[in-house]
Each structure stands twice: as structure tokens, then as C-alpha cells.
Ligand binder design. Structure first.
Ligand SMILES: [Zn+2]
Length: 954
């Protein structure tokens, strides 16, 4: 499957019950050795005919009493017409009984048993199954389904496609079997159907069908599969075209609807390249004789990793070479993901559906790694590969620290808790078995294990990420458990042979405990002291009395030896606290490359060491970005102190040092956080001292990066992060020079020469800075952009029309001129029913003068009743819109602008109280409550102001 699955919570107590009720495990006296399956499929009929031979072996001859034969199989929507048992010379007719609810079928040979000496038996049956028509996206693709499509060449709509979808429990709708992940049995398939169709299955054909006329039927006999999990068995029949190459040493094909073969070249190229990389990296041959990807118009999971026969929705698979970057990246990742499944998941399977998350984590994690090695595109490797990891880590860290006090539980449960409570019963589907957060956490853990294993080796200077040791371990897993099913434990056990770290305890800790730790690093009595506590957003684990066991934290400590060479200490912290005998001068940083899943704060001397390393370019961009995120997100939470915000701004100072080389991705990230703090200080503190320092910082950075003439002539291939950073700096400095260069860009945009180009990342600086010093003409011009962004100018930017309009509106109250500012206020008031009109007031948020604040306050007071009453008018479409707008305006005015001095806070309160009393209910009470909650964090940040001013040096 692909991994866009929906989060499905569900009450654990009911799913536990469901699990107990569903009798899944069949205990039979016999074990299946081979399924011989022959299907007669007429695409015009609602049913198909099947003939099944199951070769079976008695498990324990000693216990057999020979009086009775009984075999229980899974079957759904199947009607058996006749069944016999052959044992030696004897043939016995079998009776059938069904348990439709449990989806089982029992075959019994009454009174005439099998001789105890008879070890091998053959059960043979004839049956009828259903073909499920699928006509819309809402129809589930289960068992054998069919659809028809219109081909783009002939325009005929009588093209047929029949395909299977077995994951998790739908193979039993195709033939009766032991439909369990750990029951892997070879299948020998033969299909009789119309000659004109292409017919595909997991393996290639035994021989070409006898030539007959196209309207006749042919026999398509496939090679016997290796032992295969029922969920990845499959076949496809229908009108299809294909392209093929044999680069990896066996045929790779992409099958598509008739007429679409020209869109198959890129997916074929990616498949054949990545499969070669997979064979190389996993050190294990591709397990089958051919590999097909098939584009289907309908498929419920988007993609299905049938062994050797991967099915994917047409729209996702048929991506041509000329498609945009992100569509191609998605395709490469999808193909790599499905290819990993061919080894991990299919060759070696997980023995329980509660492990679906891990199967998917492996596929995505290793798939992306294979892409980084295949190097088909710049976006797949080196830096980009690592940056995608850090972005992934960050979003998971954000979610995994949330604790719902009212419900008394974490947003993301522990992996163990999830696995033991997920409903794997008959009503489950890939969507309910899969949990996005657990799957993402699985990837983080795999990443961490791979790094832990690799870190035993001497630190490599290469930028390229390598997981050699992890892959060595995996290839051993593939060798040992080939064609079998495993538990996660089996994998960790084998991998453990490749590392000095106790991986079993390591994984035990990370799968049993919820969340992750915050590490605090300090220097005490000549030793490096590291301690850990569970990190909970805006709360303290002790106060909540939640689990706070020490995690097994891989420290990945970067140190210098006495001759100045860099080393990596691969230590795992398993206690609450540890002291290490590392001289301060030799210490660089912990959590090298952000390989560990945790946050870190450095205290005192250790922080100064880290800053020193930043200014001397000793840290990687990833490591600095991690620092910025860790401090940036900590500030304002209950556990934060002024030391955290001082540290954050000291990192900025390190950027300004002469020796520091700027990476725009890191700078851009830091400046986003700066804006957040700036707006808080602007409205919740005295501000002027900070304003001065901040301006000093921006000016230093402005001079340091230099080359400002280049923004006048940006080519269409430009660095996004550089332009974003420059955009922030132009607004942060906003002196005459910056305003002049923005105005120049504005002028060139309004009257563009042929090759003029304005990158979208600079638009807000150009508009806001132009407006700061706008004359009547410029103001009018921006107004015309708001009303309708001129299409002929839009050719000269990559900014979308709507975005340009929004940015133009947002620049409106950046004007300083009093008359123009009044115009803006009138404009907003007279367009109050327009969506997002409150953006016209955004510039006020960046004005620190008392006069400006009072201007907006007065405007708000004068217009309030009118807005509020209009939001209450019944039967009007825009009354709701005005209500939403008024809430946002109140956020700006009462939430921010009125917070900077006690007298105004009081005025604001009194105003709100009187409106709540005098006007009919219009939502103000709620808005005020929201503001108070949101402002708690801001008030805490503001309380750090004096310390910051004292300690932030530039
Ligand atoms: Zn998958």
C-alpha cells in the first residue's frame, strides 16, 4: 500500500474485544504445501469458475486416528460445487459447511477416514466466485474486481481490466485457503480467458499460450510462485499496452491502458534503475523472474505491492519525463517504496497485521535511502536527503509531545500500545490497520538504528549518508528468513550482531515508552553532564504524573581529540543522568546530524562552545537548524526560561561573525522564528531597546551577505531559500537603501521590460517596503493589484494571481502617510464583507508607535457596532463572513495592539465587557477567551525581555 492512509483512532477496548472474537488462526491437522489453482474467467459474467487442488501434508502422523477428515479454510463469497479428498489410492467425497460470519469453510470426510500412514493428501474442489464491478472511486477494490475504460486512441469504451486486491483478507474471495500472513504457500496458477487479453500474475508464464483466434479462449499457465503470503498474491487480465526493458537482468515492464504507452518511459527508467540499486544495497537477488507495474483506473489503497505485480492508480504511475519536479519526486518515492516491499514484506513477511506500520516504515525509509544511492535526481541525495529527514523529524516531534490532560493520554500512543490494541479482525482494512503517526515514528526509529549501527565506525568525512552496517544486517535477515514470516524482534535480534549497542533494549525502550526526551547538557566540575526528561508540550511530566522513564538515548557526541581530529562517541544514555570526562575544549556537540529523536538544550559554557563552533563553521546546516528548532519551540513553554531566548539570539549573533559562512536554509529558518518573537515584543513590551538591537542585527547580516544588486536581475533558476532570507532582511532593515531597491523592483514590475522577473519570495518585501514610503500613485497601483492583479504583469513573476492579490492587500497598512493610512482604514471598513479583508490591517501589527496603535483602536471603536450587527443579519450570505473577519480584527486590536500598556489593556477590557452586555450575542465572549489563552505564552516570552536586552550582544 501507499502511505497516505487516514488516521483511525477507535476505542481500544472495543477493538481488543473484536480481536478476541475473530477466529483467524486455523488449526488443521494438515499443512498446505501447494495451491494448484485454475480459473475460468469470462469478463462479461458476474461470476467466475474455479478449480482448486491443495496438496497437503499431515503435521503429526502419530496423533492421527484415521476416523475422520476435517479441513477448515478461509473463504468469502465462494460457493463450492464439489470437493474430494485423494489419499493414496482412495478418493473420498467431502461435505462442505460454511460459517459466513467467520468467513470459513469446513470440508469433512464423514466416517471414512484417511489411513494414519498416509502423509500426503490432495484436496480437490470446484467452486464459483464473484467478480466485483468497480465503477467509481467509492467502490472498494476487493478480491477480483473488474472495470472498463475508454481508450484515448480508438475512443472505444469496451476495454476491460480485471484485477485482484488481496490485502489484508480478500484472497479468500478468490479461492479457499489458509488466508494468514504467516501461512506462506506456493501457488501454481492457470487462467483460461479471452485470447486477446494480456494476462499477468506474480510470476511469468510457463509457456506462451497456444495461438488461437482472438475471439477464442486461451490457457495462460503461470510458473509456480515461491511460498507467498496470500495478501500479495494477484493477477491482472485485460486490454493493456506495455513497455519493457531488461536492464536489471530480468524483464521489467510497465503496463498501462491502451494508448498510454508513451507515459510509461519515465516510470520504467526509474523502476529498472532503483531495482538494480536495491539488489546491490540489500545484497540479495530479486526474488522472482520478472517485475511488472500495472496502472489501474481504480485501486482503493492507491498502490498495492503484489509480489512481482505491483498495481498503482493510473494517475500516480503514469508520470512523464516532462512532468513537474514534485510529481516526479512523488513517483520515484512511490516506486522505491513498492520495490522495497518486494524484499521486506514479501520475501520476508511480518507475521501479524498489527505490524503493518513497520512494513510501511521500512518501505518508505529504505525506499528513500535507495533513491539517495540511485542518484536519479539531485533532489534524492546528499543534503536534500538529510533535510527531508530533519523536516520529517520536526513535524513528528511537534505532535509526539502533545498530551491531552482532559483525556489523560498522549496524542500518539506508544508503538507497543498501538500494536496490542489495533483491531486486526475481519472488519479491519489497510486503512484501519495503518496509523500514520506510528508509521512515521517507525521511520524515525529505523533511521536512528541505522545511524547507531553506523556510528560504531570512525566518523567519515564524506557528506554522503551511509547505512552499510544496517544493510549488512538486513541482508542477513533476508537470508535467514527467506520465504518465512518474522516478528519485529527477530529483525532487531539479527541486526544486533552488527553493533556494540544493545539494540533489543534500545528498541524495547523506544517502542514501549510514549514521546521522547529533552536532553540538557552542561559542564559541572570539569565534566560534561547530560540529563534527560520526557518532553511534554507546555507541561511538566512530574506535574502530570505521567510516565517519565529514561529512554535509551543515542548521544552521538562529536568531540575533537588532542590533535584536533574529529571523533564520534557512540554512547547510549540509559540512565536519567550521566557525567563524562570530556574536556570542554574538546567538546563540539551532541546528536550529530540530528540522528537521534530528541531535543537538546545546552547550558552555560557548553552553549558558548556550540556558538563558537557555529561561527567557525564546525557544525553542519542540519545541526544548526536542529538547534534553532529546539530553542525556537521551547521558548514560551512553561518550562522555558530567559536563558533559552538569550541562547536563540546568541545563535543569530554567531551568524554575523566574519568567519561564519551563511547557509540560506538555516538563515531563513531562523528569521521565521525572529518574526514571531518580534511581534510579541512589539505589543507586549517597551520594545525600543529590542528594536534597536534587532535593526543592528539585520544591518550586519545585510552587509555580510551583500550582493544586493542581484535581486534586480534574478534569473528564473534561483535559490528559494536565499530569496526568502533576502526578503526578510529587506524588511528587517527597511532603511532608505532597502526601500529604494524595493521601489525599483516595484517600478520594474509595474512597467516590465521583456526579460524582467520578480521571484515570488521577494513580493512581500517589494510591496511592504514600497508602501512604507508610498506616494499617491504607488498606493493607487497597489490598490489596483488588490482589486485585480493585472494578468500582463503576472508573466513577470512566478507568484500566483491570488497570492499576489493577498500580498498586495497585506501591504496596505504598511503606509506611513496619515492620509493614505486613513484611506486604508476606510477601504477595509467599506469592504468588510470581503473574505480576508482584515489582512489590510496587517501592517499595523508591525508599527510600534503609540499614535498608530491609537489610530487603529479608534477606528475599531467607531466601526465595531456596525460590523457586529451586520454579522448578525439573518438570511445574508456575507453575515457569516463578517463575523469571521470581525473575530480576526479583534485578535489584532484587542489581542495584540492593546496589550502594550496597562491603561490600554484596561480600556480594551472595559470595551469588550460593554459590547458583550449591550449587543446581542455575537461571539465576542469566545474571542476574548481565545485571546487570553493565546496570550499566556506571549506574556511569558515578554517577561524574558529585560534579560534578553541585557545579554544579547552583537
Ligand atoms: Zn507500502
Amino acid at each position: 500500500m501507499t502511505t497516505g492512509g487516514e488516521d483511525t483512532g477507535g476505542d481500544p477496548s472495543t477493538s481488543e474485544l473484536a480481536k478476541k472474537l475473530s477466529v483467524l488462526s486455523l488449526s488443521n491437522e494438515y499443512e498446505a504445501q501447494l495451491y494448484e489453482l485454475k480459473l475460468q474467467i469470462n469478463h462479461t459474467k458476474p461470476n467466475f469458475n474455479g478449480e482448486l487442488g491443495i496438496r497437503m501434508r499431515r503435521k503429526d502422523i502419530a496423533n492421527a486416528d484415521g476416523s475422520m477428515f476435517e479441513l477448515k479454510l478461509h473463504a468469502a463469497k465462494i460457493v463450492v460445487i464439489g470437493a474430494e479428498l485423494s489419499a493414496g489410492e482412495k478418493t473420498i467425497t467431502l461435505k462442505t459447511s460454511y460459517d459466513r460470519k467467520a468467513q470459513t469453510l469446513t470440508l469433512t470426510g464423514d466416517g471414512a477416514g484417511v489411513e494414519a500412514s498416509q502423509k500426503d493428501v490432495l484436496v480437490h474442489m470446484r467452486y464459483v466466485g464473484q467478480i466485483n464491478p468497480v465503477n467509481t472511486y467509492k467502490d472498494q477494490t476487493r478480491g477480483l474486481f473488474k472495470t472498463n475504460y475508454l481508450d484515448s486512441v480508438s475512443g472505444r469504451s469496451d476495454n476491460y481490466l480485471l484485477a485482484t486486491h488481496c490485502q489484508p483478507y480478500f484472497c479468500r474471495a478468490i479461492f479457499p485457503l489458509i488466508d494468514e500472513v504467516h501461512s506462506k504457500v506456493p501457488i501454481k496458477l492457470t487462467i483460461v480467458t479471452k485470447s486477446k487479453f494480456k494476462v499477468l500474475s506474480n510470476c511469468g508464464l510457463e509457456r506462451d499460450p497456444e495461438p488461437v483466434s482472438l475471439s477464442d479462449k486461451s490457457v495462460f499457465e503461470f510458473k509456480q510462485t515461491p511460498p507467498i503470503a496470500p495478501s500479495v498474491f494477484g493477477f491482472v487480465i485485460g486490454d493493456m499496452d506495455y513497455v519493457e526493458n531488461s536492464d536489471p537482468g530480468f524483464p521489467c515492464r510497465i503496463y498501462c491502458p491502451v494508448g498510454e504507452a508513451s507515459s510509461c518511459a519515465y516510470p520504467l527508467f526509474v523502476t529498472s534503475q532503483v531495482v538494480k540499486t536495491a539488489i546491490e544495497q540489500l545484497k540479495t537477488p530479486y526474488p522472482l523472474d520478472k517485475l511488472d507495474f500495472v496502472a489501474l483506473p481504480f485501486l482503493s489503497d492507491g498502490a498495492m505491492e503484489n509480489w512481482g505485480l505491483i498495481t498503482v492508480l493510473t494517475s500516480q504511475l503514469l508520470v512523464s519525463e516532462s512532468a513537474d519536479k514534485s510529481a516526479k519526486l512523488n513517483l520515484r518515492q512511490l516506486i522505491a517504496h513498492e520495490l522495497v516491499h518486494q524484499w521486506i514484506g514479501n520475501l520476508v513477511s511480518f507475521d501479524d497485521w498489527s505490524c503493518l506500520w513497520l512494513n510501511e516504515s521500512f518501505a518508505t525509509f529504505l525506499g528513500n535511502y535507495l533513491l539517495s544511492k540511485a542518484k536519479l535526481s539531485q533532489e534524492d541525495y546528499n543534503d536534500t536527503y538529510e533535510w527531508s529527514h530533519i523536516n520529517h523529524y520536526e513535524s513528528l516531534l511537534d505532535e509526539d509531545c502533545l498530551y491531552d490532560e482532559a483525556a489523560g493520554k498522549s496524542y500518539i500512543p506508544s508503538i507497543q500500545n498501538f500494536s496490542s490494541t489495533v483491531d486486526t479482525g475481519l472488519n479491519s482494512s489497510t486503512a484501519t490497520l495503518f496509523d500514520k503517526a506510528i508509521y512515521e515514528k517507525g521511520m524515525v526509529l529505523l533511521h536512528m538504528i541505522a545511524q547507531v549501527m553506523q556510528s560504531d565506525e570512525k566518523i567519515s568525512n564524506s557528506d554522503e549518508v551511509s547505512y552499510n552496517k544496517f544493510l549488512n544486517g538486513l541482508s542477513e535477515v533476508l537470508r535467514l528468513f527467506k520465504h518465512a514470516s518474522v516478528k519485529p524482534f527477530d529483525i532487531w535480534h539479527v541486526l544486533n550482531k552488527e553493533t556494540s549497542v544493545d539494540l533489543l533494549s534500545f528498541m524495547h525502550s523506544w517502542t514501549r515508552y510514549e514521546g521522547y526526551p529533552l536532553l540538557s547538557v552542561s559542564y559541572e566540575n570539569g565534566e560534561l553532564v547530560i540529563d534527560q526528561n520526557r518532553f511534554i508540550f507546555n507541561n511538566d511530566p512530574k506535574e502530570l504524573s505521567v510516565e517519565n522513564n529514561p529512554y535509551h538515548v543515542p548521544l552521538f557526541i562529536r568531540i575533537l581529540n588532542d590533535s584536533g581530529e574529529e571523533k564520534l562517541l557512540n554512547l547510549v544514555l540509559t540512565d536519567r543522568r550521566t557525567s563524562l570526562n570530556i574536556p570542554l575544549d574538546n567538546f563540539v556537540l551532541i546528536n550529530s546530524r540530528r540522528a537521534g529523536y530528541y531535543k537538546t538544550v545546552y547550558r552555560g559554557d557548553t552553549f558558548d562552545r556550540v556558538c563558537h563552533s557555529i561561527s567557525k563553521n564546525k557544525l553542519s546546516s542540519i545541526e544548526i537548524a536542529a538547534l534553532i528548532h529546539d530553542y525556537g519551540k521551547l521558548i514560551g513553554q512553561k518550562c522555558s526560561s530567559s536563558a533559552d531566548i538569550v541562547s536563540f539570539f546568541k545563535i543569530l549573533s554567531a551568524f554575523t561573525s566574519d568567519s561564519c559562512v551563511i547557509d540560506y536554509r538555516v538563515l531563513d529558518l531562523a528569521l521565521i522564528y525572529v518574526d514571531t518573537f518580534k511581534v510579541i515584543f512589539l505589543h507586549f513590551t517597551e520594545y525600543s531597546a529590542f528594536e534597536k538591537k534587532l535593526k543592528q542585527f539585520y544591518t550586519k547580516i545585510y552587509k555580510k551577505i551583500g550582493k544586493w544588486e542581484k535581486i534586480q536581475n534574478v534569473s528564473r533558476q534561483y535559490s528559494v531559500y536565499e530569496m526568502r532570507a533576502r526578503n526578510s532582511i529587506l524588511q528587517g532593515v527597511a532603511d532608505e537603501e532597502c526601500i529604494a531597491s524595493c521601489k525599483k523592483l516595484f517600478k520594474n514590475y509595474v512597467n516590465p521590460k521583456n526579460d524582467f522577473f520578480l521571484p515570488k519570495e521577494l513580493v512581500s518585501a517589494v510591496l511592504n517596503n514600497t508602501m512604507r514610503d508610498a506616494n499617491q500613485k504607488e498606493y493607487k497601483q497597489v490598490l489596483s493589484f488588490v482589486k485585480n492583479a493585472d494578468a500582463s504583469n503576472l508573466k513577470h513573476t512566478n507568484c500566483m494571481r491570488e497570492d499576489f492579490q493577498t500580498l498586495a492587500l497585506s501591504s496596505f497598512s504598511f503606509v506611513e502617510n496619515d492620509d493614505l493610512l486613513n484611506k486604508t482604514l476606510n477601504f477595509v471598513a467599506s469592504n468588510i464583507d470581503s473574505k480576508l479583508i482584515e489582512l489590510g490591517l496587517l501592517g499595523f501589527q508591525f508599527k510600534s508607535s503609540r499614535a498608530h496603535k491609537l489610530k487603529l483602536w479608534n477606528w475599531y471603536k467607531v466601526n465595531y457596532d456596525n460590523f457586529a450587527l451586520r454579522s448578525l443579519r439573518k438570511g445574508s450570505d456575507w453575515s457569516k463572513q463578517i463575523g469571521a473577519t470581525l473575530k480576526n480584527i479583534t485578535d489584532i486590536v484587542l489581542g495584540n495592539m492593546m496589550q502594550y500598556e496597562p491603561e490600554l489593556i484596561e480600556q480594551g477590557k472595559a470595551f469588550a465587557d460593554s459590547k458583550i452586555q449591550k449587543l446581542p450575542e455575537h461571539g465576542l465572549r469566545e474571542t476574548i477567551k481565545d485571546i487570553q489563552t493565546k496570550n499566556n505564552e506571549k506574556i511569558l516570552v515578554a517577561s524574558f525581555y529585560d534579560d534578553l536586552i541585557r545579554q544579547w550582544e552583537l
